[in-house]
Design a protein around this ligand. Structure first.
Ligand SMILES: NC(=O)c1ccc[n+]([C@@H]2O[C@H](COP(=O)([O-])OP(=O)(O)OC[C@H]3O[C@@H](n4cnc5c(N)ncnc54)[C@H](OP(=O)(O)O)[C@@H]3O)[C@@H](O)[C@H]2O)c1
Length: 288
C-alpha cells in the first residue's frame, strides 16, 4: 500500500522536529519537514503553490509566533503574531480542505483566562484570553474550526524537549533552569501560576496516535499529566537531576512581565488516553 504523504511545517521547532522523527518511524507515512529555509508560510501564494505541488494527505502546522511578551508591547510584533497564529492556520485549513487533506494545528492554554478556580479547562471550555499572544492563538483556533474541514486542534502548554534547531527557537524552562544552575546554587521560581507541562516527543506520539486511530476531528487537550507551578517543576527537575539547588517560591509579581499569564490553566484531557506524568517524561529527557 502506498504511504501517505505528511507535511510538517515548522519542522525545526521544538515540537516540529519530534513530529518529523515520530512520523518517519511509522512506515505508513512518507514525511517531509519544511522550516523557514524551505517555505515562508506567511507568503500565501508561494506556500500554496509549493504545498499543492507536494500534495500531502496530512498537513501538520507546528510553525507559530511564540514571543508572548514581545507582542504584548509592540503593535508591529502583535501584527506578526496575528499573521502567524491566526492567518496562517486559516490559510492552511483552507488549503487542506482544497486538497481533501487532514490538518493538524496546535494551540495553547493561554487562550483561557485562568480564573475558574482550580477546575482546569476541558476541551469544551470557552476561551477568554488575557494576553495579545492568547488572543492571536484564539483567532487561529476560530479560523481553523470555521473551515469545518478534517481538522485536529490540539492544545498544549509549557512545551519542553530538545531545543529547537531553528535560529529563533526558544529554550524550554527546564533548559533555562539547568543553565542557571551552572553558576548559582539558588534560584527563584514562580509558585502562583499552575498548568501542565508537555514533553514534545510525547505530544508528537499522541498526535500520531490521534491520526492513526481516526479519532473524530475537533479539539483535543494533550499535555502531560499533573499540573505544576514553575516552582514545583523546578524542585522536581533538580531532584531528578540529583543537583543540590535551593529553589525559592515567589509570586509572579517578582518577575514583572508585559503579558499577563493565567493563574490556573491546567488542560483537562477528557477525550484521549492520558499522557504520562511530566515528571516521568522529565526523567527521560534528562537521561537523553
Ligand atoms: N513552546 C511552548 O511552550 C508552547 C506552549 C503552548 C503552545 N505552543 C504551540 O505549540 C506549537 C509548536 O511550538 P514550538 O515551541 O515548537 O515552536 P518553535 O520552537 O518556536 O518552532 C516554530 C518553528 O516555526 C518556524 N517559523 C516561524 N515563522 C515561520 C514562517 N514564516 N515560515 C516558516 N516557518 C516559520 C520557526 O522558525 P524560526 O525559529 O526561524 O522563527 C520555528 O522553527 C505552536 O503552535 C505553539 O504556539 C507552544
Amino acid at each position: 500500500m502506498a504511504s501517505e504523504k505528511v507535511l510538517v511545517l515548522g519542522a525545526k521547532g521544538m515540537l516540529g522536529q519530534e513530529l518529523v522523527r515520530v512520523f518517519s518511524v511509522d512506515k505508513k507515512y512518507e514525511v517531509t519537514g519544511w522550516d523557514r529555509e524551505e517555505i515562508d508560510v506567511t507568503n500565501f501564494s508561494e506556500a500554496e503553490r509549493k504545498i499543492k505541488k507536494y500534495a500531502p494527505r496530512i498537513i501538520i502546522n507546528a510553525a507559530a509566533y511564540n514571543a508572548v511578551d514581545l507582542c504584548e508591547e509592540s503593535e508591529e510584533e502583535y501584527q506578526r503574531a496575528l499573521t502567524l497564529n491566526a492567518e496562517v492556520p486559516k490559510f492552511l485549513a483552507c488549503l487542506a480542505k482544497d486538497l481533501d487533506a487532514v490538518s493538524v494545528h496546535y494551540s495553547t492554554d493561554y487562550v483561557f483566562d485562568g480564573e475558574n478556580g482550580n477546575e482546569g479547562y476541558d476541551e469544551r471550555a470557552e476561551p477568554n484570553p488575557i494576553s495579545k499572544y492568547g488572543k492571536s492563538k484564539w483567532e487561529g483556533e476560530k479560523n481553523v474550526l470555521a473551515q469545518s474541514g478534517k481538522s485536529y486542534l490540539i492544545r498544549l502548554s509549557k512545551l519542553f524537549g530538545k531545543p529547537a534547531l531553528s535560529i529563533g527557537g526558544k529554550k524550554s524552562f527546564f533548559e533555562k533552569m539547568l543553565e542557571v544552575a551552572k553558576d548559582k546554587s539558588e534560584v527563584s521560581a514562580v509558585d502562583d501560576e499552575k498548568s501542565c507541562f508537555t514533553y514534545a516527543p510525547d505530544l508528537a506520539k499522541a498526535t500520531l496516535a490521534l491520526i492513526r486511530d481516526n479519532a473524530p476531528y475537533g479539539i483535543y487537550h494533550l499535555p502531560n499529566e499533573k499540573p505544576a507551578t514553575w516552582y514545583g517543576a523546578a524542585l522536581e527537575l533538580f531532584r531528578l537531576a540529583k543537583m543540590d539547588m535551593t529553589v525559592e517560591a515567589v509570586p509572579a509579581e517578582t518577575f514583572p512581565r508585559p503579558a499577563r499569564r493565567p493563574k490556573y490553566s491546567a488542560l483537562l484531557n477528557t477525550k484521549r488516553p492520558l499522557l504520562r506524568s511530566y515528571t516521568e517524561a522529565l526523567k527521560e529527557f534528562l537521561e537523553s
